[in-house]
Design a binder for this molecule. Structure first.
Ligand code: GDP
Ligand code: MG
Length: 439
């Protein structure tokens, strides 16, 4: 089927204008592809409608042909739906951060508990306690204990004689008494969502007031994943998802449905059975995986690079004409960002290598981020007319980007300087002279 999708796109690729007819043809294939990846049909329907609206109102880029344009919209919108920011754990400022792991049996709760505990204790220097609240089978406790030993994190258990709620309460008290700052509660699952399981989890939730409730969802689960996630979320208000078994070959379209319907963000991704196999969520990679159109996406990336180059060229041309404005400055900054660090780029310039050893990349990167944030807080008018930015505008830009008016002033002065320099260089090159760098 993905082959058909590829063919549909390639047929239209390079064929001039995007018409309603050839777009419908492409969207039909996108629809099939998403359904095949196990995305819920309601979600697919809404998605296709959004894409259609967007495509019809879209500005046409020279570098993209119609097929690439639709593909770009599809991929960007999918990424958007999957959540464009990295979700973080809700750490408590003071007091103990409590995290409840919930999910159906076999989805990877216990494994994820250990992976997350390991990450927190090794990388984030937190003092973590694992609480064994799956007291249905002795084997479940042993599994957690084995993992705990492996990662050198203490496991709190009172065996299978004590119920889950009591174990949870006692684990929290133990954590308080022993200076732990984080407790992860590994709970029991069932094969299906049932009343008894939910009641137990609700009670534990009430007792430990979790900072996060993480629901593990198996990437290999098909359509049913949505109903499961909805039930857990209705009863418990899940704060994050852990998408497990992404190392398998499922395209994992279910996660798109879960995100679209519950709006709960994905906080972690499990990519294997080993402790280290934990990743943060990359919505863009996930979007590409769900679409399953590898070589088309490569084509798209090439086209996008060309788009960027066109924008950079255009802004260089404007610079040479002395028309440099803050929009151009933003384009240039983004270009640098894409190419990597400033010192890496400067090293490519003959003769600059040595000098650039002394550039502090962290500082330069930081500086660039601040500059970008300030420009992004400006209106179109302001970017085009920096000289019109008076005090009230400055204050708004400063507030909007989390900076001071002094920072905005500095940016504007820096901009004026570069502009003067550009204008001078432009004039000289027009007169056929080399610019006098000493001036
Ligand atoms: P629980 O019943 O929800 O606690 O699930 P477990 O943590 O015991 O995991 C069930 C099975 O899935 C175990 O065999 C795990 O090794 C395996 N597993 C868990 N996470 C992953 C993952 O990200 N990738 C793979 N390949 N296997 C996983
Ligand atoms: Mg378990």
């Amino acid at each position: 089927l993905t082959k058909r999708l590829n063919r549909a796109f390639k047929n239209i690729s390079g064929k001039g204008k995007l018409t309603e007819k050839n777009m419908d043809e492409m969207l039909k294939e996108v629809r099939m592809s998403l359904l095949e990846a196990d995305v819920n049909y309601r979600v697919v329907k809404d998605f296709i409608e959004t894409i259609k609206e967007q495509a019809l109102g879209q500005k046409v880029y020279d570098a993209l042909d119609p097929a690439q344009m639709v593909l770009k919209i599809v991929r960007d919108e999918l990424t958007n739906l999957l959540g464009s920011t990295t979700a973080e754990i809700n750490y408590k400022e003071d007091g103990i951060t409590t995290i409840m792991m919930v999910g159906l049996q076999g989805t990877g709760k216990t494994t994820a508990s250990a992976k997350i505990a390991n990450l927190m204790s090794k990388k984030q220097d937190r003092k973590v306690l694992l609480a064994a609240c799956d007291v249905i089978r002795p084997a479940a406790i042993e599994q957690l204990q084995t993992l705990g030993k492996q990662i050198d994190v203490e496991v709190y258990t009172e065996g299978v004689q004590v119920d889950a709620l009591t174990t949870a309460k006692n684990a929290l008290a133990y954590a308080k008494a022993n200076g732990y700052d984080t407790v992860l509660f590994d709970t029991a699952g069932r094969l299906h969502v049932d009343e008894e399981l939910m009641k137990e989890l609700e009670k534990i939730k009430k007792a430990v007031k979790p900072s996060d409730i993480l629901l593990t969802v198996d990437a290999m689960t098909g359509q049913d994943i949505v109903n499961v996630a909805e039930s857990f979320n209705e009863k418990l208000d899940v704060t994050g998802l852990v998408l497990t078994k992404l190392d398998g070959d499922a395209r994992g379209g279910g996660i798109l449905s879960v995100r679209a319907i519950t709006h709960v963000p994905v906080k972690f991704v499990g990519t294997g059975e080993k402790i280290e196999d934990l990743d943060v969520f990359h919505p863009d990679r996930m979007a590409e995986r769900i679409l399953g159109m590898g070589d088309l996406l490569t084509l798209l990336e090439q086209a996008e690079e060309k788009m960027d180059l066109d924008a950079a060229e255009e802004s260089s041309r404007r610079m040479m004409e002395g028309k440099f404005d803050l929009n151009d400055m933003l384009v240039q900054l983004e270009q640098i960002n894409k190419m990597g660090s400033l010192s890496k780029i400067m090293k490519l310039v003959p003769g600059m290598g040595q000098m650039m050893e002394s550039i502090d990349d962290m500082k330069a990167d930081d500086q660039m981020k601040h500059t970008k944030a300030m420009i992004q807080s400006m209106t179109k008018f302001e970017r085009e007319n920096p000289d019109q930015i008076r005090s009230s505008r400055k204050r708004r830009i400063a507030n909007g980007s989390g900076h001071s008016v002094g920072d905005v002033n500095k940016l504007l002065t820096q901009f004026e300087k570069s502009k003067k320099m550009m204008t001078m260089m432009a004039r000289m090159s027009q007169q056929g002279q080399a610019p006098d760098m000493a001036a």
